[in-house]
Design a protein around this ligand. Structure first.
Ligand SMILES: [Zn+2]
Length: 484
């Protein structure tokens, strides 16, 4: 029986965010050992869930999970966390002596202790132990900053195709299939890699300006001898030297062909990069849409992209809510402001009470907008969790923590203790609000929310306000990026 070692260790690092990804942040989201890996991810539609489905019941291959670790995007991973995961994975390699290594990583992790290319360093360490004859297959997020080191040290890198990431599970399956082929001797994956030093805005893959390149990748992926061909968008808030977009093609034992594909697509994207820009309405324009005359059914959804907790936002900026209240707009349901202190006040007051709150805005006011003084009516109190119902990370649990739903001047606001990204409309249903029936919704999300909310919204609109994870790189000062 062949032994396949697997682990998940994930973080998307936003160097503009003041909170680190420490052990507490991992324990809040996901921190499990090998046994917990199967318990946690079985039947979840993500990469580890796919690995378990593909290899879990095989009698020729034994899947040996080491750990599963996820934290919400934030500032860098602390050194103790990185060393813990790295040491656990490397020790397991020495002990198990596997025939293959299948890792679910993100690709935009920065760790303290000098690991700007945290995944590249980790894959290199794995390679150092297993040598060149053992296949290393790694799945990555579409927002990976794929580095030359990652491409050199892995045998295959398989990147999500979709933003919103509705294909986490399918990406896991492709990684598993490549690994299965390598373990059985049917294929030997070889990588072609091309980096494009362009800082792409947060860009939904359904938009035609980028879809043409996604489609080109798909065309190559369908060709004989090509195991996968993917485009990584990169993640500029990581601010590392080698960030940006990249194309990774994986062929069956034909590195020259893989390189040719990656170069062909990469050169084309570079040539046409000026089409890859995004325009956002101003806050006033977006808010004016709430009460604009319309015939379509369903709410307007406004996404506060710059405070997206799925990119490093702390989910407590007050710019949008302040403006709604100042303009006297009503009928908005707002997900959400993370403010544990205000939640505690609501809990002490109890449902049905009125409370004075200094809501959100707890970090630097230049980013957060500062706390918002409000008189709030406590509608309901909740333990604060739900299971994602739509395609992205489907059936995984999101933890809001203790949550109060309050009414402020005719609007319903969720005030939470934690900050999962409210990309699934179940966040509203879980606290008794029917999202379909609201005039307008506000969500702290950049792009992921589109998948769930477009099913009933009359219109989706994203705004670019001050925050820790603005959706375009213009105007940011990078310390580490080398534009080459
Ligand atoms: Zn992503």
């Amino acid at each position: 029986m062949k032994k396949l070692l697997t682990a998940e260790f994930r973080h998307e690092t936003d160097r503009f965010c003041p909170e680190p990804a420490d052990m507490a942040a991992y324990k809040l989201r996901c921190f499990v050992d090998g046994a917990g890996f199967v318990r946690t991810f079985r039947n979840i539609k993500n990469e580890p869930g796919a690995f378990i489905d593909f290899f879990g019941e095989r009698d020729d291959i034994e899947l040996i999970p080491v750990l599963g670790m996820e934290a919400m995007p934030s500032g860098p991973v602390t050194e103790d966390v990185y060393e813990y995961a790295r040491t656990r994975i490397l020790n397991a390699l020495r002990e198990v002596k596997p025939d293959g290594v299948l890792l679910a990583l993100h690709g935009a992790m920065v760790a303290e202790g000098g690991h700007d290319d945290a995944e590249g360093d980790l894959i290199a360490d794995v390679r150092g132990i297993v040598g060149n004859k053992i296949p290393i297959v790694v799945t990555l997020d579409l927002h990976a900053n794929v580095t030359p080191k990652m491409a050199a040290m892995a045998d295959a890198l398989v990147i999500y195709e979709n933003y919103p990431h509705t294909d986490m599970y399918e990406t896991g399956l492709v990684g598993a299939q490549i690994m299965d082929g390598a373990l059985s001797g049917r294929v030997w994956p070889t990588i072609g890699y091309h980096r494009i030093p362009y800082l792409l805005p947060m860009f939904p893959t359904e938009l035609p300006e980028i879809k043409e390149f996604e489609d080109l990748c798909k065309e190559y992926e369908a060709k004989d001898g090509v195991l996968c061909c993917r485009l990584a968008h990169g993640f500029f808030p990581s601010d590392i030297e080698e960030m940006g977009m990249s194309v990774v093609a994986v062929t069956d034992n034909d590195p020259a062909y893989a390189q040719k594909i990656a170069d062909t697509i990469g050169d084309l994207i570079w040539e046409k990069r000026t089409q890859l820009v995004r325009h956002f309405p101003t806050l006033d324009e977006a808010l004016a849409m709430i009460d604009e005359p319309h015939t379509e059914k369903g709410p307007l959804v406004i996404a506060d992209a710059s405070d997206n907790p799925g990119g490093g936002g702390l989910c407590d900026t007050t710019h949008l809510l302040r403006s709604i209240l100042e303009k006297g707009i009503t009928g908005v349901a707002f997900a959400f402001i993370r403010d544990p202190e205000s939640v505690r006040k609501c809990v002490s007051a109890g449902a049905g009470a009125d409370v004075d709150l200094m809501l959100g805005g707890m970090s630097d006011p230049a980013f957060s907008g500062g706390p918002l003084p409000v008189r709030a009516h406590v509608i309901s109190l909740h333990e604060g969790f739900y299971w994602n119902q739509d395609e992205m990370n489907q059936y995984a649990r999101s933890r809001l923590g203790l949550t109060a739903v309050v009414e402020i001047a005719g609007n319903k606001v969720l005030v939470t203790s934690n900050r999962p990204q409210p990309f699934d409309a179940e966040v509203f249903r879980s606290v008794g609000i029917m999202p379909e029936r609201q005039k307008a919704l506000v969500v702290k999300s950049a792009v992921h929310y589109r998948n769930s909310y477009r099913k009933f919204a009359r219109k989706l609109v994203e705004v670019n306000l001050p925050g820790y994870v603005v959706p375009v790189a213009d105007g940011l000062t990078f310390r580490n990026w080398k534009n080459k």
